[in-house]
Ligand binder design. Structure first.
Ligand code: PLP
Length: 367
């Protein structure tokens, strides 16, 4: 093994410059623990997609947040908001209904702030997710997976649990606009600064809608010519909602993506529907293909919602034409989904093997 790297460290090179064509980012000062490390993620130029589209395709590396996803931002903001409003006092309890990244972000934030964290989730979720939340110190309640209209739905159970407890708050990520505020105050300004205001379009999918709405709201406030496109997975109603001028259809179909897709217009999205230039649906075939393309051509290992966002940026490039700058989000890494996304059996069960180009199928390494 070359000892070049160690020699360089040993002689304490004062500048972050490693090679003539490459510069490492250096954080100049210590940050305030876990919370201080949230946000300020790099904006990656995706070389393969930029070449393919003749546009500048940029993506926020949200998987580099300390809890591993874009939802660390929302988790921080809903907790700080509850503190600011006096709803949460030292030693209190944070309760949320979530099957994924928000729970993970909240579990970290709660440990860092000294709160108890209680998570309600549908009992259809993988044991890995339950174990991870428990390892992060959260108390997990898997409950029957029933529709939102049913009072036993995990979100309603989370709400009731908090209501019946002293010094407890239900953070309500879907309709608590502190979630959207996180992106107005952090993600949007970061993108604006990192592009020095030179961007033409922003696109991403929505779960709660916080990332899309907050980021779009900030960017539009800086330049009304920036076009914001909402990307939807199959099974979500938002594409038809925008196409029909505001009619909500019955939710049907499903997607391999996790954390995105919606059956209603949440409070986080409600105030910003007029910012949507257009909404479009991307099939799972495009998302899975992009998981493998980003890995092979760019060394970027992300989950299916991030891949959908990258595919959406390509779609937007077609709409806005060459030479434009399009920004999207890479929400989390593939680590949380690898037993599915890289499993031949699972891909076959979804009929998705053929969506992966033949020369990239070598990455399907799990049975
Ligand atoms: C992996 C992943 N991608 C995207 C999103 C959507 O983000 P938002 O809730 O801000 O719309 C989520 C939300 O949980 C997520 O977990």
């Amino acid at each position: 093994m070359s000892c070049l790297r160690y020699k360089r460290i040993a002689c304490k090179i004062p500048s972050p410059r490693l090679f003539s064509t490459f510069k490492l980012q250096v954080f100049e000062k210590p940050v305030d623990g876990f919370l201080g490390a949230i946000g300020n993620t790099p904006l990656l130029k995706i070389k393969s997609l930029s070449e393919e589209t003749s546009c500048n395709i940029l993506a926020k590396a949200e998987f580099m947040n300390p809890g591993g996803s874009v939802k660390d931002r929302a988790a921080l903001y809903v907790v700080l908001d509850a503190e600011e409003k006096g709803l949460l006092k030292p030693g209190g309890t944070v309760v949320e209904g979530t099957a994924g990244n928000t729970g993970i972000g909240l579990a970290h934030v709660c440990r860092a702030r000294g709160y108890r964290c209680v998570i309600f989730m549908p009992n259809t979720q993988s044991q890995e997710k339950i174990d991870l939340l428990k390892m992060l110190g959260a108390e997990v309640h898997p409950v029957p997976a029933v529709a939102f209209e049913n009072p036993q739905n995990y979100n309603h159970q989370a709400k009731r649990f908090a209501e019946n407890l002293e010094n407890a708050v239900w953070t309500n990520q879907f309709d608590n606009t502190a979630n959207r505020r996180a992106h107005i105050e952090t993600t949007g300004p970061e993108i604006w600064a990192q592009t020095q205001g030179h961007l033409d379009a922003f696109t991403c999918a929505t779960g709660t809608g916080g990332s899309f709405a907050g980021t779009s709201r900030f960017l539009k406030s800086k330049s009304s010519s920036i076009k914001c496109y909402l990307a939807d997975p199959p099974g979500s109603v938002l594409t038809s909602y925008f196409a029909t001028g505001g009619q909500l259809t019955e939710r049907s179909g499903s997607s391999i993506t996790e954390g995105i897709g919606q059956g209603r217009v949440t409070d986080n999205l409600k105030g910003d529907v007029e910012l949507v230039e257009e909404a479009f649906t991307l099939p799972d075939e495009k998302s899975i293909e992009m998981v493998y393309k980003l890995l092979h051509y760019d060394g970027i290992y992300v989950g299916a919602s991030s891949a959908l966002n990258a595919a959406a940026a390509v779609e937007v490039a077609r709409r806005v034409g060459p030479g434009k700058t399009i920004v999207t989000l890479l929400c989390d890494g593939a680590y949380r989904y690898q037993s599915r996304l890289f499993s031949r059996n699972w891909l076959e069960s979804k009929g998705l093997v053929d969506a992966i180009p033949a020369h990239l199928q070598k990455y399907i390494v799990l049975p």
